[in-house]
Design a protein around this ligand. Sequence first.
Ligand code: PLP
Length: 448
Amino acid sequence: MLSNSLVELDRAHLIHPVASYRGHEKAGVRVLRSARGATVTDGAGQQLLDGFAGLWCVNLGYGVESVVEAAAHQMRELSYATGYFSLGSEPAIRLAAELAERTPGDLDHVYFTLGGSDAVDSTVRFVRYYQRARGKPEKDQFISLEQGYHGSSTVGAGLTALPAFHAGFGLPYDWQHKIPSHYLYRNPVGSDPQAVIAASVAQLHAKVAEIGGPERVAAFYAEPIQGSGGVLVPPDGWMKAMREACRALDILFVADEVITGFGRTGPLFACADEGIVPDLMTVAKGLTSGYVPMGAVFMTNHVYDTIADGAGAAAVGHGYTYSAHPVSAAVGLEVLRLYEAGVLENGRKSGRRLMEGLASLADHPLVGDVRGRGMLAAVELVVDKAARTPLPAASEPARRIFDRAWANGLVIRAFGNGAIGFAPPLCATLAEIDAMVERTRRTLDQTL
Ligand code: PLP
């Protein structure tokens, strides 16, 4: 039984990420005690299927012994090594090389971070450095998408377009611009894929012109599938069209694969599926499957060489104490080995089952839209299917859906816009996926 004192200690001392502080104090923490595979056990001893892989990061599943062993071995051998002063460690170098072999095109250079936010933050620094290095310091404006999420660093939160990350923080900065999302279910141009793609390309061109033309714009950021905005899947060909538009406009295309990387949508990287090579790419989450913190920025040979040549003998002044941490890198290597030894394949099979299962909910009176790819999906709830009227985020059903699912033994993500998100561990069996769908149906029935 969870001791009351833990709840009190949490209330008194622990600040939680993206929470209503007063609301959390009232509700109290729900402590997780242990986890194996796709199942977590809470403080009361209830076992739940984790339909969200923690925070869409535990792609491998929980408690894999060989990952624990890899971390323990590395801690005993060399618990820390800086990358400063041209020092390094074997696992970090090997992980960089293994990843470079697998990233799309010539994204051959990697800078390791501690997670996704500082990966995005690092790209902003690298992009600015790159544009200056090629003699174009006036290219200093950034564009990203409405409904996009690019982390919670001060700069990344400004690229993010979710209101909670701006309110009270004085964001976004005036050099951070947005264009509409492709959001197929609610796109003013309708849901015809070609029309949506054409609209996005036109909106990018229009925004660039509004800012002062290509000579003012440094980069455009997009997630291959918008995650925190409600799992918004662009039409096939959207990423390619936007990538080409960026090339034509001479602005860098930054793909934020923090969620989509490492098998979440099927392939190792979603950009590969789209047949595109971004100029820079961010990853985190699945890189170490959430066992230890790590993220990364990949850059093409051209971007790397431009920065390197621009700096000459001077230091490129960007670095963290924990960049390329050897324990995280050792975990990353083992996680990658396991992905390729069968976990990715299992995820593809279970992902097909997940999408079929969720599609079977489409005729539920509360379900307006079912969307996703692989093990990344959302069901958008509405109060009027024909009019697509969103379930108000502040309504009782929307607020309670997470708790109802929990009581039914399922962890889901409840988005503010009435959508519920799914991102199960890629190790989930077909039976576990079926149980997740069944528990979702029960939760929706109770919500009616
Ligand atoms: N970028 C995307 C697309 C994300 O989904 C996230 C986190 O969910 C981030 C960046 C930030 O990553 P982190 O929470 O590891 O800082």
